[in-house]
Design a protein. Structure first.
Length: 112
């Protein structure tokens, strides 16, 4: 299954988690206090990251969370937007590399 991946910047993880949990109708799959949050739903992979180099709400990148992705790849489109293509375990490895104490392992997303 393919899920659209959207990654934006924030200056306030706690407020963003509260707001976006309400908007998405679910709690995040992972929260790294003050730094990062990730929601994985049946159709969406959405992440927010504390990033002082970006304006709050600024798009960091787009992509596909694709169960069939063999490797983690990135490329820029004709507008300069970075697109990632990865499977959940690739994203989990990246998260664990950045925040080793999370021991993040993605759970299967329930299908409706």
């Amino acid at each position: 299954m393919k899920r659209l991946h959207i990654a934006i910047a924030t200056h306030d993880i706690a407020a963003t988690v509260s707001d976006y949990s309400r908007r998405l109708g679910c709690a995040p799959s992972l929260v790294v206090s003050g730094e990062y949050a990730l929601w994985r739903t049946d159709t969406l992979n959405f992440s927010v990251r504390q990033d002082a180099t970006c304006q709050p709400g600024e798009l960091r990148h787009l992509g596909w969370d694709d169960d069939d992705a063999v490797t983690f790849t990135t490329e820029a489109d004709c507008n300069g937007i970075v697109w990632e293509h990865f499977a959940a375990h690739h994203q989990a490895a990246e998260i664990t590399e950045i925040w080793p104490d999370t021991h993040y392992a993605p759970e299967a997303v329930p299908h409706e």
